[in-house]
Design a protein. Structure first.
Ligand SMILES: Nc1ncnc2c1ncn2[C@@H]1O[C@H](COP(=O)(O)OP(=O)(O)OP(=O)(O)O)[C@@H](O)[C@H]1O
Ligand SMILES: [Mg+2]
Lengths: 406, 261
């Protein structure tokens, strides 16, 4: 008996119970749809992270105060009082692979303009920061080295801050109050968008001269970070080594002891972000696949009901010459047809959901063709796996017993 | 393999000449908890090719049980059953399925048609499990339905057919794979006498062409159309004799009034 004939029999049996077949498929539709959408969101997030990290400048290194555990977690990040301005000067002086560097420290800023109030991140740095981070201004300009020398009350603001405080007002030249100190706005940074890698809004930021921050806001001489650009992309690994050796030496860290700082180059950050994205994708997909398993159990349930209900039919088919294999194939194919049709509709459903997510979150959702192929294969596998037991049960019926079944 | 079983079977048939069915001291018990129902108590019979046997007997005498064994649907509890010289108990389930499909046509006592499936599809069912392509299967099914006089009812569902019509669908289904043995358990039980005789006419013609037929009936008039009559009582054969003065169904029909009268 050829496969086509069995498929025909299976289709006939399914179409006799249309409503039930559709409801059974619903489990798989939702399962596959959810998996597709979640994988799409995860893929999209990973892609965005990578793009954002690339946009930071491909030869950038980040030196942070604090220690890093083996799993990549920052311990006491920022609170460690280990990084100083002289470290930056030493890096520029003694690391041949380092091309430029910007020091930085941070604090929380409570910003007021007119009646509007905004809490944001307040970073103190030097003008070269904007070049190293490859961050242009949409309006005005950054502060100058003179502003740094004089510890001037000038500020460059991010797009989010501008939107929330100024609205339609042109912010350039306006004075706002940060932690009760008056600052003149010199420029508005071009929007960078929400960083998936940092999982926060990069435009929710105010940059002021480092000296101003240290003297007037925090009152502390420590640096929280140093941004370094290597002379080339290839040199960033060399720069990382040189900086590590130099700072260990400068901080008198004995061999074997942990660093009290960490150096990340962009490749590392890309890896870390990618790993985080992968974990997130897997997590989302595995949560979604639970519903796929529930859908599979739904198929099994309906197939078992169907086998019981159609015991006489099975008996008759066997009595007129269907072999065990024929009967088993028929029920297995019914299950696979259910799951495959559910899977196909689920893919469309998942693509639709991805589109809606893209539209509402403004987050690109990437559904790769491989994911679709896998979804098809997986839903087929669900059909085979959950259809096997009911089909086996059907095939093992005794024809004469089955014919007598009431 | 089914093919080896078949070739072995045909070889044995040649050696054994005419005997198609050989039943030797067959018993059948049904265990029902404490009690044991003894449905067949030592039945021995041999049926030759192109025989036409009527099985008679009171209700519960074991006729259906016997037919199920002949049809390879059930196995004897004791005794031997040789089908065309092959010991049926030695065959695999798959070989049995092939025999049921190719060699035997079975008309069940309770029709056993699939509901929500048209008459034509019901008749087609055995062809699906045979190596017959779809169009050929459909053609044969239409022919079989026409043979039993249901050419105009092909697309009807069983629930839209009368009891007699359903029975004729069951007969068409038993014939569609052109078996060499037709086993019919009360095929005329629900039919009026004229239609019954018409069915017997079909059976006699098929029998003339060499089909071996075993049929169960309660009606002596119907049994008379067969060549041989076997009487069951309490799971045993009480009488086994040739039918004397066997009428031709085709002649009898002419003497019967038509239904419209
Ligand atoms: N599956 C079964 N389990 C238990 N007992 C059974 C079973 N099938 C048949 N019997 C018993 O075996 C005996 C023979 O039954 P069988 O169906 O062969 O009778 P029959 O001659 O065909 O009767 P009828 O003319 O009413 O169809 C009966 O006593 C019946 O109760
Ligand atoms: Mg009976």
């Amino acid at each position: 008996m050829d496969l086509l004939a069995i498929i025909r029999i299976a289709m006939r049996a399914l179409s006799r119970n249309k409503m039930r077949s559709i409801l059974t498929m619903l489990g798989i539709i939702i399962g596959v749809g959810a998996v597709i959408a979640m994988l799409g969101v995860g893929q999209g997030a990973r892609q965005t992270m990578q793009e954002q990290i690339q946009a930071m400048g491909s030869n950038m290194l980040f030196v942070g105060a604090g220690t890093v555990t083996r799993s990549g977690m920052h311990m006491g990040w920022g609170s460690t009082k280990s990084l100083v301005y002289d470290d930056m000067l030493a890096i520029l002086r003694e690391c041949p692979a380092a091309h430029a560097a910007a020091p930085g420290s941070s604090s929380n800023g409570q910003v007021v303009f007119g009646n509007d109030n905004w809490a944001t991140r307040l970073n103190g740095t030097e003008p070269q920061y904007f070049d190293i981070r490859n961050w242009p201004f949409q309006e005005g300009s950054g502060f100058t080295q003179d502003d740094v020398i004089m510890a001037a009350n000038v500020a460059a603001i991010g797009e989010t801050v501008r939107k929330n405080l100024f609205g339609a007002t042109d912010p350039i030249g306006q004075t706002l109050r940060i932690n009760n100190l008056p600052f003149r706005v010199t420029g508005v940074l071009a929007p960078k968008g929400t960083s998936a890698a940092m999982s926060d809004d990069q435009d929710d930021i105010i940059l002021i001269p480092l000296t101003t921050l240290q003297k007037k806001v925090t009152g502390q001489p420590w640096l929280r970070w140093i941004m370094v650009s290597a002379i080339s992309r290839e040199a960033s690994y060399a720069a990382q080594k040189q900086i590590t050796l130099l700072l260990r030496d400068r901080h008198h860290i004995r061999p074997g002891a942990d660093d009290d700082f960490f150096v990340r180059n962009l490749a590392d950050m890309a890896d870390v972000a990618d790993e985080a994205g992968r974990v997130m994708t897997l997590l989302l997909a595995s949560i979604a696949s639970v519903s796929l398993i529930v859908g599979g159990i739904g198929i099994m349930n309906i197939m078992l009901v169907s086998v019981t209900e159609r015991t006489r039919e099975i008996g008759l088919r066997m009595a007129i010459g269907a072999t065990e294999a024929n009967v088993q194939q028929q029920f297995l194919i019914e299950a696979v047809v259910l799951s495959l049709m559910g899977g196909t509709i689920g893919i469309l459903f998942g693509l639709g959901a991805s589109y809606v997510i893209t539209q509402t979150l403004g987050w690109p959702v990437l559904v790769s063709p491989i994911v679709i192929v896998i979804a098809v294969l997986f839903s087929m596998a669900v059909g085979v796996f959950f259809g096997f037991y009911p089909a086996r049960k059907a095939a093992q019926l005794d024809p004469i017993e089955a014919l007598r079944y009431e | 393999m089914a093919t080896t079983a078949q070739s072995a079977a045909s070889l044995a048939a040649k050696q054994n000449h005419e005997t198609v069915i050989e039943i030797q001291d067959v018993h059948k018990y049904y265990e029902l908890g404490e009690t044991r129902v003894h449905a067949l108590r030592g039945v021995s019979v041999s049926i030759a090719r192109a025989e036409f046997v009527a099985i008679m007997g009171s209700s519960g005498s074991g006729k259906s049980t016997f037919m199920n064994i002949l049809g390879c649907l059930d196995k004897p509890s004791a005794g031997r059953y040789l089908l065309e010289g092959v010991e049926v108990s030695k065959l695999t389930k798959k070989e049995l399925a092939t025999i049921r499909n190719h060699k035997i046509g079975f008309v069940f006592q309770g029709f056993n048609l699939l509901s929500r499936t048209t008459a034509l599809e019901n008749v087609e069912l055995p062809t699906l499990y045979a190596r017959i392509n779809k169009s050929e299967g459909e053609k044969r099914s239409r022919e079989a339905l026409a043979l039993v006089g249901l050419a105009d009812r092909m697309e009807h569902f069983p629930s839209q057919l009368s009891g007699g019509q359903q029975q004729r669908v069951a007969i068409a289904r038993a014939l569609v794979n052109r078996p060499s043995i037709l086993l019919a358990d009360e095929p005329t039980g629900n039919l009026d006498s004229r239609t019954s005789v018409e069915i017997m006419d079909i059976f006699q013609k098929l029998n003339d062409e060499g089909l071996t037929i075993v049929l169960v009936t309660h009606e002596p008039d119907i049994a008379n159309f067969a060549k041989r009559s076997i009487q069951f009582r309490d799971g045993k054969i009480r009488r086994d004799e040739a039918v004397q003065n066997r009428p031709r169904a085709a002649e009898v029909i002419k003497t019967l009034p038509t239904l419209e009268d």
